[in-house]
Design a protein around this ligand. Sequence first.
Ligand SMILES: Nc1ncnc2c1ncn2[C@@H]1O[C@H](COP(=O)(O)OP(=O)(O)OP(=O)(O)O)[C@@H](O)[C@H]1O
Ligand SMILES: [Mg+2]
Length: 394
Amino acid sequence: MNLQLVVVAIALGLIVLLSLLLRRKDTLVVAERKELDRLKDEFLSTVSHELRTPLTIVKEALDNLRDGIAGNLNEEQKKVVNIGRENVDRLTLLISDLLDLSRLESGKATFNKAAVDLQQLIRSASDNLGPLAERKRLSLITDLPEDLPQVFADADMINQVITNLVSNALRFARSRITIYAGVEDEKLIKISVIDDGKGVSKKQLQMLFDKFVQTSRPQGGAGYQGTGLGLSICKRIVDAHNGQIWVESEEGKGAQFHFTLNTLKSFKSIGASMKKKILVVDDERVLVELLKMRLGEANYEVLIAHDGQEGLETAKREKPDLILLDIMMPKMDGYQVCRLLKFDAAYKQIPIIMLTARGREQDQKAAHEVGADDFIVKPFDPKDLLTKIATFLD
Ligand SMILES: Nc1ncnc2c1ncn2[C@@H]1O[C@H](COP(=O)(O)OP(=O)(O)OP(=O)(O)O)[C@@H](O)[C@H]1O
Ligand SMILES: [Mg+2]
């Protein structure tokens, strides 16, 4: 019997030891991977930064040569310098793409989201690429509804997405590129860049948004400088805006790139549904009405109860984010309500601010004893009340 117990105890001990070791190994693997990711990011951004300075110098030197500052060049020499110069530009683009992507992937990119006039943003992106389209004898058309709603986005980043999609299209289109934007529903806008080029094969459609993916380069396509990072950057940017990006294409029949963005309105309505809920429990009806107005204006949703019993029931039913609780009330006083909530695991995390009568120190002491998080002395300055509320809710 004793031997059996010893065997069982040893077996249990071994299992515990093994699971501890395994867990430690898991933690080590995760920690190692995180460290590797961090080193990769750091390496990428340091190298990219360090490359920029010498690259700027090479560019300047080649420009000096090309412009004859170091003596006149013959045509053959100029050609060679131009090749060098074009490749410096290409390298510069690659480095800034790599930096962008490493920032986006590591979550270090900062997004300055604000209300953006998409109509204006698309027009200016299109204007900037107009001369390139003209040189290539391609027509670049924008087809936008007059009343395109505003979106909530980082304007520069969205500009980068549109610019990359249109630049891609400019490399492949046969005669025209159209930029459409339209309202999908009141929350969503779809932006599309459509060309009449060679399109993308079914096989390639799947992987187009992966890093360094390039399908065949157009033969003799002048100024082809891509690195295959543009679309994966676009995807990261659109993802960070909670939108979607995708491509539709049939080989030989052009490509249609689409992405969606949330309208400012949808963002506001999400904000509205996330309004913090405050329950006001007080039997002084006039005060309650005034508080309701004041809190409503500060963008809180306000629930009301006129006595302790009703307050307790409303708190349990609605689980508000905060409770303003009077002390002297019919049916059940504030202390009792507070105690019942604070000693119940399901509700104790709801902050309670008690509205105590002026100068009654014992009220404040008692409020603490029943677990109230804070108190404010009546009559209070509404600004002080809002500040106190904000410290719990923001
Ligand atoms: N409109 C299009 N029609 C046909 N193929 C396209 C189109 N847009 C993109 N592609 C294909 O997808 C590939 C990836 O595009 P992506 O923008 O990611 O890279 P890139 O344009 O080659 O380089 P960059 O990093 O400078 O943007 C392109 O090289 C091209 O093969
Ligand atoms: Mg591109």
